[in-house]
Write a protein that binds this ligand. Structure first.
Ligand code: HEC
Length: 137
């Protein structure tokens, strides 16, 4: 019975991250295809790796934005702030349900933000890791 209940939850679609809908799933699937194209041995995304990447201080980007948290804060369930002081809705999908549902928006902001923080584009593996974490928050 102990094993049966989680199995039934998965079948009913109740297991985390149940928040992600078809649009977020498709976005993550597209990054998986790209990550495997870049590295045929790629073993899949890790929400833990995505969280660590998001929280870390990086070098190579702009000095005033060393981290994703410089704007999005360390608590992804609350609003962030641009450098100009404009509010940014929480990154957690549970708080902002239309997050990561528009592929053009996702790519546009990964492009800008990764270059601000890292001075380069994020890899498909990094993007997939980050999204895997944020859709579970
Ligand atoms: C200079 C401030 C700033 C930094 C630093 C920053 N972001 Fe953002 N980010 C924004 C703004 C502004 C938006 C667009 C507004 C919104 O989506 O609410 C955004 C949007 C996004 C989106 C699109 C969300 C969606 O709904 O499609 C993603 C993904 C994202 N950021 C990831 C990151 C990651 C990963 C990092 C670190 C590498 C990062 N951001 C660093 C300001 C920032």
């Amino acid at each position: 019975m102990k094993r049966l209940i989680p199995a039934l939850m998965v079948l009913a679609g109740l297991a985390a991250p149940a928040l992600a809908g078809p649009a977020q799933d498709a976005q993550i699937a597209a990054y998986l295809t790209a990550a495997k194209a870049a590295d045929p041995g790629f073993a899949g995304f890790s929400a833990a790796r995505g969280k660590a990447f998001f929280m870390a201080d990086h070098t190579g980007g702009k000095p005033d934005t060393p981290s994703c948290t410089s704007c999005h804060t360390k608590n992804v369930t609350v609003a962030g702030q641009t450098r100009a002081g404009k509010a940014i809705d929480p990154m957690a999908l549970s708080k902002t349900p239309d997050r990561f549902s528009d592929p053009a928006k996702v790519e546009k902001w990964f492009g800008r933000n990764c270059n601000s923080v890292l001075g380069r584009d994020c890899t498909p593996a990094e993007k997939g890791d980050v999204l895997s974490w944020l859709v579970s928050q």
